[in-house]
Design a protein. Structure first.
Lengths: 301, 302
């Protein structure tokens, strides 16, 4: 590996290096040793807790209590099996997947449609509606929690996945619309005009021309929504009380932790956490560039 | 040309607007109305009591205690997170090979970024539960290390002196990586020749950071400040899962107070909504203040 990652290497430096003519001085200065050790320290502080979690998930409860830093004598994969079946982490995992699939699809569909109208069509009161809509992203879900509970209950959606899907979608729409409206505005108008002149209808124009053109924006905001829906805890905790078989993964993990408090099954908790982290880790490593770009773009706008 | 315009506008706009109105707008508006009643939850009876809830709030020691903790979070978390984020981002984008013609990052920048950012994609629930175990006085990672070194092993989350700071540390831990990447991306946009010019003039790294990087990154820092401030006013999930505000309310935050009032032992929905309304205005004013305090001229690179 060379000194920096090639994708972000600034051009002048890349050009300057071969022309210096002398062997490049490596990072040996005191400042660099100093800064490098800080970088390493923080990396260790990030990796260590996660590595410890994975290791502990393979230890027996006795080993965890006797020596938190020790390595497992034998690999206790039964912890994982116990978390997956007895603590129903497997089922919660699937539940979360179903709900997130639904809420993500709905968010993207409705968000893209509304954003497209705000970006490309003029009608009376557009500004007012737009700001009313987008204003919702300023405030945490939190503040509406109490009335929301009753809105959902009165709609007969309390404790249902449909309710969760609709609520996740409703709270993701402001940001999604905000982001995608800006994105649709950057797309060239000439293609749309040409398509309309060729007799393309407005609906077909959207689905066949504009949506494919907006793909990069859709992916960014899609990743953002995927993560925030998958990691949601507050909404299910309030709107999905009761029926345990329909819980989300975050609720299941929390129950596992509560149960650990009573039963002292540390290994099962670590196994449950590891099961929840691993797929996120795999997806993250595979798509890290898109995920980092998507999340940071989300906050910068 | 105009044919088919309005059907599209209506059918595209109506479903999202209805969803937003029902589940977002109406709860926010209702919260204001409920906050002026003495509604006790599951019964239908709710009498208007005017500003009584807000007057009670003014003299509620638990609320003030929680608000004080939020204020400390508000002061400490953004400063620490932004400082660490700037420091690491500077190292990663321009820490390497000083004195060479170019300005580059240290070795392994990509790997550092990959590692640092990871907590950001994890659920807060996972972070809270994992750190609760790390702080575990008997079997935790932290006390395991302290014990091996022969140092005292406090009860961390069980100790009113430390519990709040333990939660604060986790808040910073989980946020720093994100801002390293955010600031790093903004630093990449600063033209290299500016740095090369001041380096030729003999500026030290600290001067470069203070006189060039921070002023040029001001917009991004401002955004970071607002997001961190809003996060500091919340902090609810971490607190609820790690300490539930305890021991003895030492780590309580306003979000936890509201949740407890509404869904805890007593279901005082009217009073909880009043706390929510206060939070609403706090969040709003913090955002406005942060925007105002940080306002400077926008810099664009030609």
């Amino acid at each position: 590996m060379t000194s920096v990652d090639s994708g972000t290497r600034p051009a002048p430096a890349a050009l300057a290096e071969p022309t210096t003519g002398r062997p490049p001085r490596r990072e040996l200065g005191v400042a660099n040793v100093f800064s490098h050790s800080f970088l390493l320290l923080w990396a260790a502080m990030t990796v260590l807790p996660l590595a410890w979690m994975v290791l502990s998930s393979l230890k027996s409860n006795g080993e965890i209590l006797a020596d938190p830093w020790g390595l497992p004598e034998a690999l206790h994969l039964d912890n994982w099996a116990r978390a997956w079946t007895k603590a129903h982490i497997g089922r919660y995992f699937l539940n979360s997947a179903v709900v997130v699939a639904g809420s993500l699809t709905l968010t993207m569909l409705l968000g893209a449609a509304a954003a497209y109208v705000f970006a490309r069509y003029d009608f009376r009161g557009r500004q007012v509606v737009y700001y009313l809509f987008v204003g919702g992203m300023m405030f945490p879900v939190f503040l509406a929690l109490v009335p929301l509970f009753f809105v959902v209950r009165n709609a007969g959606l309390f404790g249902t996945w449909t309710g969760l899907i609709l609520v996740y979608t409703a709270y993701s729409l402001p940001f999604t619309v905000f982001f995608l409206t800006a994105f649709f505005r950057t797309l060239p108008t000439a293609i749309a005009e040409a398509a309309l002149i060729d007799g393309c209808g407005h609906f077909r124009l959207f689905f066949r021309v504009m949506l494919p053109m907006a793909r990069p924006g859709l992916i960014s905001v899609g990743i953002f929504n995927l993560l925030s829906h998958w990691n949601q805890f507050l909404l299910p905790q309030v709107l999905m009380q009761g029926d345990e078989s329909k819980w989300m993964l975050a609720q299941g993990l929390n129950a596992l932790a509560v149960n650990q408090g009573y039963a002292g099954d540390y290994a099962q908790l670590f196994a449950g956490l590891t099961i929840a982290v691993l797929p996120v880790l795999v997806v993250y490593v595979a798509f890290q560039r898109q995920i980092q770009a998507g999340l940071t773009a989300g906050q910068l706008k | 040309m105009r044919h088919g315009r309005y059907p599209l506008i209506v059918s595209f706009l109506l479903p999202p607007l209805v969803l937003y109105g029902v589940f977002v707008l109406s709860p926010y508006l209702q919260a204001f109305q409920i906050s002026t009643t003495n509604w006790l939850g599951y019964s239908a009876q709710a009498d208007p009591v005017g500003m009584a809830n807000f007057r009670t709030l003014l003299h509620d020691g638990y609320v003030w205690n929680a608000l004080t903790n939020n204020a400390v979070l508000l002061l400490v978390v953004p400063v620490l997170t932004i400082a660490l984020g700037l420091f690491f981002a500077t190292m990663l984008t321009m820490g390497g090979r000083k004195g060479q013609a170019g300005v580059t990052g240290v070795r392994g920048t990509a790997v550092y970024r990959l590692v640092y950012f990871f907590p950001q994609v994890l659920s807060v629930v996972i972070i809270a539960l994992l750190w609760k175990e790390i702080y575990n006085p008997r079997s935790g990672l932290l006390n395991g290390a302290l014990h091996a070194l022969g140092l005292p092993t406090p009860a961390w989350l069980g100790d009113p002196r430390f519990a709040f700071w333990c939660v604060l540390a986790v808040m910073v831990w989980s946020n720093v990586g994100f801002y390293v990447v955010l600031f790093g991306a903004a630093m990449q946009a600063i033209p290299r020749d500016i740095y090369e010019a001041v380096m030729l003039d003999g500026a030290s790294r600290a001067v470069m950071l203070r006189k060039i990087t921070i002023p040029l990154l001001w917009d991004t820092i401002q955004v970071a400040w607002i997001y961190l401030a809003i996060a500091a006013l919340d902090g609810f999930i971490l607190v609820q899962l790690m300490t539930n505000g305890g021991p003895n309310f030492s780590s309580d935050v306003i979000g936890n107070r509201m949740y407890d009032t509404a869904f805890g032992s007593e279901t005082k929905f009217g009073y909880a909504s009043a706390i929510g309304v206060v939070m609403f205005f706090l969040t709003l004013s913090v955002a406005v203040l942060a925007l105002r305090a940080a306002r400077r001229d926008r810099i664009e690179y030609s």
